[in-house]
Design a protein around this ligand. Structure first.
Ligand code: SF4
Length: 359
């Protein structure tokens, strides 16, 4: 996809953009809402109406039937999910249409369908429950809903495992291997009860026996931002700041999660920092824009990036600028909104509504 902002917007100064965004929002009044994900740039977050993680923002999209326009400052799968959950009369915009998620792209539908064809010999949807992480394309969410499964986020993954195991013997978890594995361990599974489906290899690079014995089959996908945190980063922090608390996101590898003091969703991390006493030192293993904002909001605490000088930035979250938001708000009538074909929307909605029920 090619996308270039008109020159006028590219060259506008930040102060001018801020004024224009405020004016455009005022003109739209109660007809519009600007949702901002926790990993967005600070200046974008400051102009949003609601800040949250993908789970929290989905709930807003599902419950704010009173607004006509939803401007979603995040990445593509989030705006797609908002569209699926929104009412028919609502329109959803992604201010920078190039903002995608490489992890969501790791679960290509042709690969997923090829894998499922094999897994049908192991019981298909009589025995195997598909679970898709929120960070996935609408087509995968629809596949999941169609086969009786549901969407999970890092906020409700534990409850989703419980729900799924009450109904079927095995889980097929997409696309984040690490969230799936970390949740499995927390749930009480043994490492040998989880296998990884390598979609680039024939038969997932597994044997029949491995598939048969597995309780969880994990798709081989990952977030390059969170897998950049290494166990040695934790060792370095512990050596230099023995008093520090370390909190990480469950998209990090299990080696990192198991060495940290706590692991949880974006909202969990925000709350964890809030709850630490004044004067504490906290090292965080998640996206840099969120860490920077927490530094700004908690001057009474020493907040560190777990990986030191290695910057954990999500380049896709970083794509959305004030320039994009101003352009989108001022020209929404001429901009292509985010949509999903009706048949995909219907099945994906089933999976997303189950997500909202299970927490
Ligand atoms: S932080 Fe990772 S999972 Fe989240 S949008 Fe960026 S690449 Fe995707």
């Amino acid at each position: 996809m090619y996308f270039a902002l008109p020159q006028e917007y590219r060259e506008a100064k930040p102060a001018n953009l801020v004024e224009r965004i405020k004016a455009a929002k005022a003109k739209l009044g109660g007809r519009a809402i600007v949702l901002t994900h926790q990993y967005q740039r600070m200046e974008v977050v400051q102009l949003g109406d609601v800040l949250g993680d993908s789970y929290g923002l989905s709930k807003i999209a599902a419950s704010r039937g009173d607004v006509e326009y939803i401007f979603f400052c995040g990445v593509h799968f989030m705006a797609e999910s908002a569209y699926i959950l929104a009412k028919k009369h609502q329109t959803v915009f992604l201010p920078n249409p190039l903002a995608g998620c490489p992890m969501a792209d790791m679960a290509d539908m042709a690969d997923v369908l090829a894998a499922w064809k094999i897994l049908e010999d192991f019981g298909g949807d009589k025995k195997i429950m598909p679970i898709s992480y929120m960070n996935s394309a609408a087509g995968l969410k629809a596949f999941t809903g169609h086969h009786g499964g549901l969407i999970c986020t890092s906020s409700n993954a534990d409850a989703v495992y419980k729900w799924a195991f009450e109904r079927r013997e095995k889980l097929f978890f997409f696309p984040d291997e690490h969230l799936g594995y970390n949740t499995g361990i927390k749930f009480g599974l043994k490492p040998e009860e989880m296998v990884v489906w390598n979609f680039s290899e024939e038969y997932g690079d597994l044997t029949e026996e491995q598939i048969d014995k597995a309780k969880v089959i994990l798709w081989k996908g990952h977030c390059h931002v969170h897998t950049n945190f290494k166990p040695e980063h934790i060792d370095n922090i512990r050596a230099e700041y023995p008093e520090a608390k370390i909190v990480v996101h469950p998209e990090c590898t299990h080696e990192v999660v198991s060495k940290a003091d706590a692991a949880g969703s974006t909202s969990f991390i925000v709350k964890y920092v809030e709850e630490q006493p004044e004067g504490s030192t906290i090292a965080i293993g998640t996206e840099l824009n969120l860490i920077n904002r927490l530094v700004h909001e908690h001057p009474d605490k020493q907040i560190l990036v777990l990986s030191g000088e290695t910057c954990p930035v999500c380049a896709n979250m970083y794509r959305t600028t004030l320039n994009d938001l101003a352009y989108c708000l001022e020209n929404y009538q001429d901009i292509k909104p985010i949509t999903v074909p009706d048949d995909i929307r219907a099945d994906a909605l089933i999976a997303l509504e189950r997500m909202l029920e299970v927490h």
